[in-house]
Design a protein around this ligand. Structure first.
Ligand SMILES: NC(=O)c1ccc[n+]([C@@H]2O[C@H](COP(=O)([O-])OP(=O)(O)OC[C@H]3O[C@@H](n4cnc5c(N)ncnc54)[C@H](OP(=O)(O)O)[C@@H]3O)[C@@H](O)[C@H]2O)c1
Length: 258
């Protein structure tokens, strides 16, 4: 029987985090590095990605930063090839890169709707397929998709007027369940984290404008912070969750509890 420390230890593993240069992706990449994993992060901006990698290296693990747009299949293949050349394995994939578009449903331009779908849904599928093929050859792997509390329920338009985003996050939830069922035979465990409101660079202004309304929806009455995803991501990445697949873990201060 393994000890709890052994179960959570990621020493020598390789974790891929898309959109790992900022925000929640960087929080989760930091947690994985702190748990001992080597990390490969990607984002479109190479400089931001390299700067984040410098920070991550302070945890003593090997870190690779690659410029890659996860809505483009050829770039994901190239990212995977670079990861395999450097590390020769992929233990964990975190499908984190995602974007929103704020508009009333009646005003969303088709190209913006498509942009959000391409990144949040198709990007999650493409990365899972490309890195999943490696995991199938390894007969092991963990895929963790980042959905949202907004993918679980309808949301107040005064706070979250983002139908395209909420639709994609609902899709990511059932993508998780169905892929978990289909790849269980390959010992690939697929789970999902549904974060509530976390302060990140892109939503700080929105938070200040709507602070009372946003906090009024959260039983814990605060936004998520840099430490709040660390436990959930390391749990779902590590051997501590080897009998957990197809699960949706809400990390939202209770926002979906009522
Ligand atoms: N913040 C929240 O309150 C919250 C709540 C629930 C769920 N989430 C989810 O958590 C994830 C991260 O959100 P965040 O708030 O941390 O966002 P963020 O601060 O905007 O960071 C997004 C990251 O993804 C990268 N990225 C964006 N488009 C990309 C693309 N096409 N290909 C590759 N990388 C791309 C960005 O770098 P580049 O711009 O350089 O590409 C950046 O590293 C998203 O899936 C989001 O839906 C966030």
């Amino acid at each position: 029987m393994a000890t709890v420390r052994q179960l959570f230890d990621l020493t020598g593993w390789l974790s891929v985090v898309t959109g790992g240069s900022a925000g929640l992706g960087l929080h989760m990449a930091t947690a994985l590095a702190e748990a001992g994993s080597n990390v490969a992060i990607c984002s479109r901006n190479r400089e931001h990605c390299e700067a984040a990698a410098e920070e991550l290296r302070k945890h003593g693990t090997e870190v690779l930063a690659v410029a890659c747009d996860v809505s483009r299949a050829a770039e994901i293949e190239a990212f995977k090839d670079t990861v395999m050349e450097h590390f020769g394995r992929v233990d964990v994939l975190v499908n984190n890169a995602g974007r929103t578009w704020w508009a009333a449903p009646e005003d969303i331009p088709l190209e913006r709707w498509q942009y959000v779908i391409d990144l949040n849904v198709t990007g999650t599928f493409l990365c899972s397929q490309v890195f999943g093929r490696v995991m199938i050859r390894q007969s092991r792997g963990k895929i963790i998709n980042i959905a949202s509390a907004s993918g679980l329920v309808g949301k107040n338009p005064e706070v979250h007027n983002s139908l395209a985003y909420n639709t994609t996050k609902g899709a990511v939830v059932n993508f998780t369940r169905d892929l978990a069922v289909k790849w269980a035979r390959h010992n690939i465990l697929v789970n999902c984290i549904a974060p509530g409101f976390f302060l990140a660079s892109r939503n700080r202004g929105r938070f200040e404008e709507r602070k009372e309304k946003i906090l009024g929806e959260i039983p814990l009455a605060r936004p998520g912070g840099p430490d709040d995803l660390k436990g959930p991501i390391v749990f779902l990445a590590s051997d501590a969750s080897n009998f957990v697949t197809g699960a949706i873990l809400s990390v939202d201060g209770g926002v979906t509890a009522w």
